[in-house]
Ligand binder design. Structure first.
Ligand code: 4GM
Length: 188
């Protein structure tokens, strides 16, 4: 089953009656692959968004004349575009200043941008025989930053090596990467 054009054209016409500019996004498996950089881009666009969500096999091709951009959240098919729209809305709104309280550390995110996150630990220092790594309780902030960057680089290398090539690595990063390679197999 495919959505016919008329209800979607009417809905968009209705939304546009107030004359406010809007960016119209269609969620579809054929769209531009959604990622953090698109989330950043959208969060800075000072406009309203309309998300068109198809169902089953999609929409009448003519609906695309209403669309500014087609987005896909991943290489799989959903029964409807609604969950894909929610994913985009969630990833974008958390980047809008004030949308989250102080939960997000901009400094932290820019530090690890493009890499996977480093491991996090909370209190207590020991839980059921599982210990927080010593460096994190040392109070040595330079050592802690180094450890975190190394963990982020290591995880990314192991799980998503494709991401490494897209990150701007510093000299210090390259040094850490060679340390990781040299000690592969060890536990540090
Ligand atoms: C076809 C055309 C998005 C199917 C438009 C939507 C997966 C995604 C649908 C549509 C979807 C995705 C509905 N399935 N990967 N199904 O982002 O809205």
């Amino acid at each position: 089953m495919v959505f016919k054009p008329e209800p979607i054209f009417r809905a968009i016409d209705f939304l546009k009656e107030d004359g406010e500019p809007r960016k119209v996004v269609l969620l579809t498996p054929q769209g531009r692959p959604f990622d953090q950089s698109i989330a950043e881009e959208y969060s800075k666009e000072n406009t309203r968004f309309v998300f068109i969500c198809g169902r089953y096999e999609g929409i009448d091709e003519r609906v695309k004349t209403l669309v500014d951009e087609e987005i896909s959240i991943g290489d799989y098919v959903l029964t409807g575009g609604e969950l894909a729209a929610l994913v985009v809305i969630d990833a974008v709104t958390r980047l809008i200043p004030g949308a989250l309280g102080d939960e997000r550390s901009i400094e932290d995110e820019s530090f690890s941008w493009g890499l996977l996150d480093y491991p996090h630990y909370t209190r207590p220092r020991e839980f059921r025989g599982l210990h927080v790594p010593q460096v994190l309780v040392s109070g040595d902030h330079r050592e802690i930053e180094h450890w975190r960057r190394k963990q982020a680089l290591r995880r990314t290398m192991e799980v998503r090596p494709d991401l490494i090539s897209r990150v701007k690595l510093t000299e210090a990063d390259r040094k850490i990467l060679s340390e990781i390679e040299a000690s592969s197999g060890e536990d540090s």
